[in-house]
Ligand binder design. Structure first.
Ligand SMILES: *Cc1c(COP(=O)(O)O)cnc(C)c1O
Length: 386
């Protein structure tokens, strides 16, 4: 049996995979078992921040691997402490809890929001999230996800979530005034929901409401974090400061990690025994993450914004393309053809794109070289124009 046959025989059928087996890669180029080379415009869904097998990242990871690969969280370890210090130093936040995925990072944020209000004994436990959001696949983060399509088949979900329309500030405030929530949780750019950036007015209005009412503001930066939107974290585009933010996907450049990051106000909520993780803070993942986050400097962020502007200006005026949405190198392209057709035609021509709802989704490695980016953009344009 080849990989395709073995996979369909033995892997649980949760993924509708594309007919490509990846056997290797270098930077933004992926090698397929078909002998073809592909330009990667997905980064494994915003994970491979600096592409495949980036040499600095490989050294950081393998150096740590040769020292020790795991210790329980009952002992101290350098990479974990150093990464937390780096994240706090770069954001002004105060404490970090490490886990292994985006959903877990959000679970921790939700537990913290509940305990924050439990500690105050004020009876507030409901969390408002946005319609069309995506926060994960565990039973609680599914409840947080404001899309019925994800809920069906898995009821009952965790109680205590209410949903507000994105970009409708009055609506959210009216809902919040009626239920006095513990927190509002949102993605600055809704990724899985179709790459829609929230409006600045809405984000600022929600942040202001949260501050006035002691409602915790939680930003889900699982996808928007770590330079993806052209700022270190997405909320920085709007000059707001969350009480908690979560991140995961791109943080360790391709290794599993989740981080829940607390401001002064929420930094003391979780105490010994209230939360934990066997693998969370794994030294190999943390060493990889440290090497990634240290390279997300002003020069890199400005090149992310420059490449973003290039893609937007090339594509938004191209024939067969209706509009381009998103921020930084997290872009959604509304095409006249169905997105799945564009995806398949791009793949035929050596460019791997993703989709989100009805859009073609672009999430290239942050350091994609200009020549590869231009090639990918030309392929997308010509596919859409046909
Ligand atoms: C991907 C994603 C998650 C879930 O992350 P997992 O690592 O798959 O659990 C949560 N929130 C957002 C915004 C995401 O994009």
């Amino acid at each position: 049996m080849n990989t395709f046959e073995k996979d369909s025989s033995y892997i649980c059928g949760t993924y509708a995979r594309f007919p490509v087996e990846i056997t290797g890669g270098c930077g933004c180029v992926l090698y397929g078992s078909d002998g073809k080379e592909y330009v990667d415009m997905g980064s494994g869904i915003a994970v491979n921040t600096f592409g495949q097998c980036d040499s600095e990242w490989v050294s950081a990871v393998t150096d740590q691997l040769a020292k020790f690969q795991h210790t329980s969280n009952l002992f101290y370890s350098g990479p974990c402490a150093e990464l937390a210090a780096e994240i706090c130093g770069r954001t002004g936040m105060k404490k970090v809890f490490f886990s292994n995925s985006g959903a877990e990072a959000n679970e921790c944020a939700i537990k913290t929001a509940r305990k924050y209000h439990e500690d105050k004994n004020d009876g507030r436990s409901v969390i408002i999230t946005l319609k069309n959001s995506f926060h994960g696949r565990t039973v609680t983060t599914l409840a947080a996800t404001g899309q019925d399509a994800f809920h069906k088949n898995f009821l009952p979900l965790t109680e205590g979530f209410a949903y507000a329309e994105a970009n409708d500030l009055e609506g959210l405030i009216a809902l919040a005034d009626s239920i006095s929530p513990a927190a509002v949780m949102m993605e600055i750019v809704q990724g899985e929901g179709g790459v829609n950036a929230l409006s600045e007015e809405f984000v600022k209005g929600v942040a202001d409401y949260c501050e006035r009412t002691d409602t915790l503001l939680i930003c889900d930066e699982v996808q928007t974090g770590n330079g993806r939107t052209g700022k270190l974290y997405g909320y920085m585009n709007y000059s707001v400061v969350p009480d908690i933010f979560t991140t995961a996907k791109g943080l360790a450049g391709g290794l599993p990690i989740g981080a829940t990051v607390f401001s002064e106000k929420t930094s003391g909520v979780l105490t010994p025994g209230t939360h934990g993780s066997t693998f969370g803070g794994n030294p190999v993942c943390c060493a990889g993450a440290l090497s990634i986050i240290r390279r997300i400097d002003d020069a890199l962020l400005s090149s992310v914004r420059e490449k973003s502007e290039y893609i937007v200006s090339e594509l938004s005026s191209a024939s067969g393309i209706r509009s381009v949405s998103g921020l930084g190198l997290m872009l959604g392209v509304e095409t006249e053809k169905p997105a799945a057709e564009v995806l398949a035609a791009c793949r035929e021509r050596g460019v791997l794109v993703l989709t989100a709802k009805t859009k073609v989704r672009l999430l290239p490695p942050l350091n994609i070289p200009w020549d590869k980016l231009k090639f990918a953009v030309e392929v997308i344009k010509s596919v859409c124009a046909e």
